[in-house]
Every structure is written in structure tokens, then in C-alpha cells.
Ligand binder design. Structure first.
Ligand code: ZN
Length: 279
């Protein structure tokens, strides 16, 4: 199962890499064949195999021999690894077998949860790279993500025994976490006059709160700033950036969100034991 999901992730990652680029230049997103950004020649299917073609062609275009961005294989690898992580969550460590599906072991609830996680991984990979490349979080990605996450939370709420007035109910907790994060980010924009973060980050913060709810949003914030500080300081020490450089915020938040999505329950158990956060 891990291998199947990994390969599926590579293929979808290759598609996400193309979407990332085409979102910027407003090309017809989905059904156009990939082409080389330098010579515009259509890439043949056998040169478009995720990861493998990049390695076999030494990262160059077959036609014009110019280098193709290392980002493409990296996006593919990232998506593949995250899909594999979703497989591990639902099927355990099972490299090739498909017994989980074949035996009907996965109920409707697990399938909905798994689909939601896979969707989320795709959104987050896109947001990560689009913000990294263009310092922009595209509305065309973040709005549908918010909508689908909202519906998923409604589903979780219906499944949960808690009523809407309980702060721990999935929908209520998600709503307040989303609102709280958005308000906090608005405040940051206001006091920094838009220098620290931008409007896209407010939407991403809202999405993050909606996805993980309270108290996990606190872990997301902690990891976002922790990773942000470590990475920024590293760049400054390596003299690739200065204190005044603009560094996109999205990739840090996406990384933090992925950590909390996959390890949130462990982190929360740890926090309950050693910190008093009231949960
Ligand atoms: Zn070319």
C-alpha cells in the first residue's frame, strides 16, 4: 500500500508542479500537455515520468538541453512521501499488499477521512510552492480548500456526540481556531503595515485553524514561528538573505500544518502531560 500511494503521489505531484506554474501564467490548467518552459516544445510522455525522467535526462530538456527546475522532482517527491504517510496512517506499515482494501477493511468513514487527507496534502503542496516561487497564496487554491475543509468539519461534527455549543465539538473548535488565527494575522498586518505577512497569509491562517481546531492550532503557530526563525536565521548566516529580505511565510505554516496533521495527537498527548493548556 505504501508503494502504491507513493507512486500515485509522484504522479499527482507532477501534475501539481504543472498547476503551480500554470496558475501564475494563467494557462488552461488541466488538460494541456506539459511543455518545456524554455523552448516550448511539448514534452513526450516517456520524458514526463515523475522523478525517473528527471534523473535519466540529468535534469535537462531533451530538445534544447536547458536545465529544468529542480523544483519539479522535489514537488513530486514531497507529494509521494506525504501520500505514503497517509497510507501508513490507514493501512499501517504494509509495503505492497492491498489487503486493507481487498478485504473491505476500510469503512466509509475511513475512506472519507483518507480522501480528505489526500486532498489536503495536494492543497498544501500547491500553497507551499506557489508562495515559495511567487510570494503569493492563490485564491483559486485557498478558497476551495476552505470550503472543502468546512464541509469535512460539518461531517466530523455530525459524527461526533458533542453539541455545537461545546467548545470541543469539531465544528465549533475549528470555527474559533480559524477566526482567532485570522484576527491575530490581521493584527500583525496592522502593526507591521503589511511588512511581516500579507493578505494571503490571513486566508491560510483561517484555513489552518479550520483544519486542526483548538488547541492544535497553537502547535501549528509554534512550529510555524520556530521553523520560520530557524530557516530565516540560517539564510542570514549563509548570507543568502538579509534582515530586510522578504521571506514567504506560507511554506513555514504549511510545514507546521503537515507536522500537526500527522503527529498532532502525539503532540497533544505530550502537551496534556507536561503543559497545562486546559485540555
Ligand atoms: Zn526545451
Amino acid at each position: 500500500m505504501i508503494i502504491i500511494f507513493f507512486v500515485a503521489g509522484l504522479i499527482i505531484g507532477s501534475f501539481l508542479g504543472a498547476v503551480n506554474y500554470r496558475l501564475k501564467i494563467d494557462e488552461d490548467i488541466v488538460w494541456k500537455r506539459s511543455h518545456c518552459p524554455h523552448c516550448k516544445k511539448t514534452i513526450r510522455w516517456y520524458d514526463n515520468i515523475p522523478l525517473l525522467s528527471f534523473i535519466l535526462l540529468f535534469g535537462r530538456c531533451r530538445n534544447c538541453r536547458k536545465y529544468i527546475s529542480w523544483e519539479y522532482p522535489l514537488i513530486e517527491l514531497m507529494t509521494g512521501v506525504l501520500f505514503a504517510a497517509v497510507a501508513i496512517r490507514f493501512f499501517g506499515i504494509q509495503w505492497f499488499g492491498i489487503s486493507g482494501i481487498a478485504s473491505g477493511g476500510l469503512g466509509a468513514d475511513a475512506i472519507i477521512k483518507m480522501s480528505f487527507l489526500l486532498f489536503t496534502v495536494c492543497y498544501l503542496v500547491l500553497i507551499f510552492w506557489h508562495d515559495y516561487d511567487y510570494m503569493l497564496i492563490p485564491d483559486a487554491v485557498v478558497y476551495p480548500a476552505i470550503l472543502i475543509t468546512f464541509f469535512y468539519k460539518v461531517y466530523e461534527y455530525v459524527q461526533s456526540p458533542l453539541t455545537i455549543t461545546s467548545l470541543r465539538s469539531p465544528l465549533t473548535s475549528a470555527f474559533f481556531a480559524a477566526l482567532g488565527t485570522a484576527v491575530f494575522f490581521f493584527f500583525l498586518i496592522w502593526i507591521s503595515k503589511g511588512k511581516w505577512i500579507g493578505g494571503g497569509d490571513v486566508k491560510l491562517g483561517f484555513l489552518a485553524g479550520l483544519m486542526v481546531g483548538y488547541p492544535k492550532i497553537l502547535f501549528v503557530m509554534f512550529f510555524t514561528y520556530f521553523i520560520g526563525a530557524v530557516v530565516s536565521l540560517t539564510f542570514i548566516i549563509l548570507k543568502k538573505k538579509t534582515w530586510k529580505s522578504q521571506i514567504p511565510f506560507g511554506p513555514f505554516m504549511v510545514t507546521a500544518l503537515l507536522i500537526v496533521m500527522f503527529f498532532g495527537n502525539h503532540i497533544q498527548m505530550w502537551a496534556n502531560r507536561y503543559l497545562d493548556i486546559g485540555y
